[in-house]
Design a protein around this ligand. Structure first.
Ligand SMILES: *[C@@H]1O[C@H](CO)[C@@H](O)[C@H](O)[C@H]1NC(C)=O
Ligand SMILES: *[C@@H]1O[C@H](CO)[C@@H](O)[C@H](O)[C@H]1NC(C)=O
Length: 372
């Protein structure tokens, strides 16, 4: 072995050594961030089925999912009212931020302890939206009513721990809002109700106005860390492919024209959130508004499913997968043999595995809230 050879092997040995040190360091940092998770005191969620853990079980609506095969892959196979086979992204987030809860419960569950109200709950209602007309279609909980429920929840907490501690708690809590799909897909494209009143651009502006109003409502309640989720690629939802493709049985693929409407809205929303943030920056300490991208993570798996371990991207696992959701996906429906190969559980909602992927994509935001 020549000098240069032994030199080279010494070099590669040191490289491996450095690599090991870097990996150990990374593991340590990750361990530390898991321990440091007291930085988010509570987690409060608002919106539609993408984040509803079962509030609709407690109201008069047919828009429910508290029966098999929903919940098939949830702990103990319970159909909780989540519109999927497993857990939602917000369940994974609640568990990740270390609030001593594995899943995020629905606020309307009458058996919740005060501890549960403190660590976090979801006020979301499947079928709801930012347009006040949307929840009237399915008779579900409007987003303004969800805010009223939050105020009620806050009063209950105040009653036990006092006003000052509750205010401090809310400052350190994270607020997460995910809605908008029912406004576009159900209300504007499918039925269509609001299409007669608004152009697409005007409807986007109308919805964003409501998003901003909702954020103002949370700020008024003392929220300082607010995450707003965007909307998914509408044209890739199985129900949209079924109802809007000219030739759905020959070829099932995303309708790019509807997805580009979602992209447009997301851009518009991000811009408005940015402007709002600039205004908030004058306040000290300034509340922070975050945008969570749903579109990207879903579009990524739909474009290259194999890379993420998926096979089926254009139809849901429940029933025919083309049209069923809620009561149409029920205990007599056929269910695919392996939901983990499916991006969609029913014709509208992602599988638990897809929700996990969305959760993973949201981690940089959650981590930055934790470390802020
Ligand atoms: C609430 O708790 C009681 C007693 O443990 C139980 O019988 C009831 O089913 C629970 N209700 C709900 C909605 O979980
Ligand atoms: C989108 O494209 C589909 C298929 O080409 C068509 O049927 C539909 O009317 C289009 N919709 C919009 C809103 O552009």
């Amino acid at each position: 072995m020549g000098t240069s050879d032994s030199h080279n092997s010494l070099l590669s040995l040191s490289l491996i050594f450095i690599l090991i040190i870097m990996l150990c360091y990374k593991a340590k940092v990750e361990g530390a961030s898991a321990l440091n998770n007291k930085k988010i005191s509570g987690f409060y969620v608002f919106g539609d089925s993408t984040v509803d853990p079962g509030n609709n079980d407690y109201i008069k609506t047919t828009f429910r999912s508290n029966f098999p095969p929903y919940g098939r892959d949830f702990p103990n196979q319970v159909p909780t009212g989540r519109f999927t086979n497993g857990m939602l992204s917000t369940d994974y987030i609640a568990s990740y931020i270390g609030l001593k809860k594995e899943v995020l419960p629905p606020y309307l569950d009458p058996n919740l302890s005060i501890e549960e109200l403190i660590t976090g709950v979801s006020f979301a209602s499947a079928g709801s939206g930012f347009d006040p007309l949307t929840p009237t279609i399915t008779n579900v909980i409007p987003i303004e009513k969800q805010l009223e429920y939050f105020k009620e929840c806050k009063r209950k907490v105040e009653g036990v721990v006092g006003k000052e501690r509750t205010e401090n708690h809310m400052k350190k809590a994270a607020f997460f809002i995910s809605a908008g799909t029912n406004d576009f897909v159900l209300n504007y494209f499918i039925l269509p109700i609001q299409r007669k009143t608004y152009t697409l651009l005007a409807y986007q502006q109308f919805l964003i106005q409501h998003v901003k109003q909702f954020i103002q409502g949370l700020l008024a309640e003392g929220a300082e860390r607010i995450v707003i989720a965007g909307v998914p690629p509408f044209g890739c939802l199985p129900v949209m492919i079924t109802l809007k493709s000219p030739n759905t049985f020959l070829q099932r693929q995303c309708l790019t024209n509807y997805s580009s409407i979602a992209r447009d809205y997301n851009l518009h929303l991000q811009h408005e959130l940015h402007l709002l943030q600039l205004k908030l920056n004058i306040i000290h300490p300034s509340p922070k508004i975050y945008y969570a991208d749903i579109y990207g993570p879903l579009a990524d798996i739909i474009q290259a499913p194999q890379k993420f371990g998926f096979d089926e991207v254009s139809s849901g696992c429940c029933g025919s997968g083309l049209i069923e959701a809620s009561f149409m996906c029920n205990k007599i429906s056929n269910v695919c043999s392996d939901p983990s190969k499916y991006v969609f559980w029913d014709s509208i909602h992602p599988t638990g595995k897809a929700y996990h992927h969305i959760f993973m994509a949201s981690l940089p935001i959650i981590d930055s809230i934790i470390s802020s």
